[in-house]
Design a protein around this ligand. Sequence first.
Ligand SMILES: [Zn+2]
Length: 201
Amino acid sequence: MSLGYLNMLGVSSTDLKGVRGGGSDIKWSDVAAALSFGLSPGAQHLGFYLFAGHEESRRIVIRLLTVIMSRQFEELRGEEMPLKTAQGLAESVLVELSDRRRCTRCAGSGTVIEKVQRGSPAIYGTSKSLTACPKCGGVGVQSMSDYQRARLAGINSKTLVRRYLNVRASGCRAYSAWLTELRDHLDAQLNPTGADDTTSH
Ligand SMILES: [Zn+2]
């Protein structure tokens, strides 16, 4: 519900090129800055990218993920990861986790209707029941194969599996932590006392 609030403001439909113009109108960037006060840079820029389509913030998120994964790689292996590989992996994390590709089996609902056999074989009929989608495991989003991840990162999948799966996972964890931080923050900002929608602002 809270995340829908930003959409209600229409921030994503604002002409970003017009943001720097004069005037005293409240801009989407003012609202975003106020709402994001106190957030870590990762959570803040992820929010600007996801909910306002801010391309510069997308680049900043990629840069942060690149740094996190490079450090992780150096810690694990005691050598530097090629910058291009780190950037490619960061890109692949962002694409997989933010580009919500809906599962083709359940159309994003996470559930499928399953026919269940009832009764004895002589008089049997079928009834329907909702179960977790077997393709996406109930998440509603298509997961990527290692081949797709590697292709996005510009490396081959054997190299990904042999050398980079651990560091890529650390990038995914960083992304999830930022998203959680962002959601908690928006909830707290928009419902400061946990009050419901009938109270005035
Ligand atoms: Zn599914």
